[in-house]
Design a protein around this ligand. Structure first.
Ligand SMILES: Nc1nc2c(c(=O)[nH]1)N[C@H]1C(S)=C(S)[C@@H](COP(=O)(O)OP(=O)(O)OC[C@H]3O[C@@H](n4cnc5c(=O)[nH]c(N)nc54)[C@H](O)[C@@H]3O)O[C@H]1N2
Ligand SMILES: Nc1nc2c(c(=O)[nH]1)N[C@H]1C(S)=C(S)[C@@H](COP(=O)(O)OP(=O)(O)OC[C@H]3O[C@@H](n4cnc5c(=O)[nH]c(N)nc54)[C@H](O)[C@@H]3O)O[C@H]1N2
Ligand SMILES: [Mo]
Length: 552
């Protein structure tokens, strides 16, 4: 979001899911789409079947690479080299969309100068991707009109995540692939309502509707409506908060996150949490973080409350209460309202529809959206500024929202922790089809739990042989921060020298291993790269072929 706000003026997917099927060129980078976004992957499949070209840039072989025209199997963390080299080819071969550049962008010269130094031949040395593949991909992308970019955490979960987004934005701007159907720059959102959470101001910088807290005029509008004074300074981001646990932050209110499972370098975080004086957990279940809680407020799940979720394509959709929350559990909104009243804030009686209407009155992007309208018409995509506006399927039509799209030159910076003689392997982490993040929900579902009952570590046959490890053996994975035990899955998915594990499993927490160094702009941790070593545990019995990836 930070990268896209800077370059285009709006931090969201530029285009819609339904447009994917009509695209002629799909560039999927750092997204395991078929496992993490299966519905979107289905649209991609549909496009490929129609004849669209698909290029996947990913260190791992994933299901998407099995239907791709080309797999750019880059070394982890080298995306800036790959993307700058593609820009190099586009400039060198005169494929820049000059008309779009003149009418809609600024600062191209700076990028032109930078990418001149990023030759495909040198890129091949750094990334491992053949120079000819880089050239061919750049040409195809630049010369196809309906060409879209789709990316997720392989791009953002790095210390240079925002740089990666800038490098991608530069490609979009120099080819003019913006403001058109089936094109654009599409970050596929992770959680069902992460877009809605950002939209409504769950951020240390933004009030609802991406209005900055340090913008005096915006703040004054909210102060008048709420009858309170607001502090102008942005708060701490998530990564900063975790580092301040038990230091400047003595109290924690954790709602809908299992922090000791999903935050990086959790052994260090746990030391801080032990110093925290008061921790409230509002969750559906006693998750791992519950061990640190003083008070637990049982929240109702999605099926136990009314409200809206905003999906990846900015579409605000209704969620309706189907069943009553069990026991003492209550909808999150009711819990928060009661808490505010107990604190003397004097909040009025408001249902979810009234809360949304209040936000719409203060945030122009959503001014035309109401629960009643969605009930009548179905989901609406913002921006939607008036009650008779139909909503916006793709952004930047007829002009970039920022005014002019901004080119941001970026230089390659390596990941913070590289493999060395002591820790010679590169560990990356992520998710699988069968479990959802902290897995508090999916591991309670017997069908899913049976499909994937336990943690595993994927490794290349060569690295297994070097260490005397057989498929299914019990291994210990070690980094400078901690160690976990799980079974080894010998896999064709990972490159030699690289290992991979899911972060879903509480008994083998991948985040005991990861680094907590964050992106320089957003603080997002480098979950995708750290240095590791593997050890075969004595006496571990090989259990025959071990089912790691579901499709191999
Ligand atoms: N089944 C299931 N679906 C989910 C989730 C889940 O837990 N389970 N979680 C949801 C959430 S919150 C999110 S954020 C999304 C995440 O969706 P994804 O980002 O697709 O999920 P990851 O498993 O993190 O996969 C990241 C991909 O980036 C690649 N990658 C790693 N390092 C690099 C690199 O340096 N460069 C490049 N180019 N690629 C790299 C990995 O090999 C992998 O294919 O999924 C959502 N959907
Ligand atoms: N190593 C590694 N770590 C990662 C990642 C990675 O790729 N690698 N990915 C990161 C990413 S992108 C994400 S998004 C995070 C996700 O990590 P988390 O946010 O911790 O995981 P979730 O499973 O999405 O949800 C957390 C909690 O919300 C609760 N919950 C679900 N619905 C509700 C509700 O309606 N109300 C309330 N109050 N609680 C609810 C669940 O029971 C669960 O305890 O993990 C991050 N951590
Ligand atoms: Mo996520």
């Amino acid at each position: 979001m930070a990268g896209l706000v800077t370059t285009f003026g709006a931090g969201a997917m530029t285009n819609s899911i339904g447009e994917i099927r009509d695209a002629d060129f799909l560039f999927v980078i750092g997204s395991n789409t078929s496992e993490a976004h299966p519905i979107i992957a289905m649209e991609m499949k549909r496009a490929v079947r129609r004849g669209a070209r698909l290029v996947v840039a990913d260190p791992r072989a994933i299901w998407m690479t099995s239907i791709a025209d080309r797999h750019l199997r880059l070394r982890p963390g080298t995306d800036v080299w790959l993307l700058n080299a593609m820009a190099h080819v586009i400039v060198a071969e005169g494929l820049v969309d000059q008309a779009f550049l003149a009418a809609n962008t600024e600062n191209f010269e700076a990028v032109g100068e930078t990418v001149a130094r990023y030759t495909p031949e040198e890129a091949e040395e750094v990334t491992g991707v053949p120079a000819e593949d880089i050239r061919a991909t750049a040409r195809e992308y630049a010369t196809t009109r309906k060409a879209g970019i789709y990316y997720t955490l392989g791009i953002t979960e790095h210390t240079h995540g925002t740089d990666n987004v800038y490098a991608l934005s530069n490609l979009v701007l120099m080819t003019g692939h913006l403001g058109l159907a089936s094109a654009g720059m599409n970050p596929l959102r992770g959680q069902n309502n992460v877009q809605g959470a950002n939209d409504s101001g769950a951020s240390p910088v933004f009030l609802p509707g991406y209005q900055r807290i340090d913008d005096d005029a915006a703040r004054a509008r909210f102060e008048a409506a709420w009858g309170v004074e607001l502090r102008p300074e942005p708060g701490l981001n998530l990564n900063e908060m975790m580092k301040e646990a038990g230091k400047s932050l003595k109290g924690f209110y954790v709602m809908g996150e299992d922090i000791v499972l999903s935050e990086p370098n959790v052994a260090k975080l746990e030391v801080g949490l032990n110093q925290v004086e008061f921790l409230v957990l509002q969750d559906l279940f006693l998750n791992e973080t519950a061990r640190f809680a003083d008070v637990i407020l049982p929240g109702g799940c999605f099926a136990e409350k009314d409200g809206v979720f905003t999906n990846s394509e900015r579409r605000v959709q209704m969620v309706r209460k189907a069943v009553e929350p069990p026991g003492q559990a209550r909808a999150d909104l009711e819990i928060l309202q009661d808490l505010a009243r107990a604190c003397g804030a004097g909040w009025p009686e408001q249902d979810a529809a009234a809360v949304y209407a209040e936000m719409a009155a203060l945030a122009p992007k959503f001014a035309g959206i109401r629960h009643e309208r969605i009930e009548r018409e179905g989901g609406i995509q913002w921006p939607c500024e008036t009650l008779d506006h139909p909503g916006t399927p793709f952004l930047h039509e007829g002009g970039v929202l920022r005014g002019r799209g901004r080119f941001e030159p970026v230089e390659y910076r390596p990941s913070v922790e590289l493999a060395d003689s002591e820790y010679p392997l590169v560990l990356s982490t992520g998710r699988t089809l069968y479990h959802y993040n902290a897995a508090t929900q999916t591991r309670r579902e017997p069908g899913l739990a049976a499909k994937q009952p336990e943690a595993f570590l994927e490794l290349h046959r060569r690295d297994a042989r070097d260490r005397g490890i057989a498929d299914g053996d019990l291994v210990e994975v070690r980094t400078r921060r901690g160690a976990v035990r799980c079974r080894a899955a010998i896999s064709k998915q990972v490159r030699p020298g690289c290992i991979w594990m899911p972060f879903h499993f509480a008994e083998a927490r991948a985040n005991l291993l990861t680094v907590d160094d964050g992106d320089s702009v957003t603080g997002t941790a480098e979950y995708k790269v750290c240095a590791a070593e593997l050890l075969l545990l004595e006496g571990a019995a090989g259990g025959g072929p071990f089912p790691g990836a579901w499709w191999v």
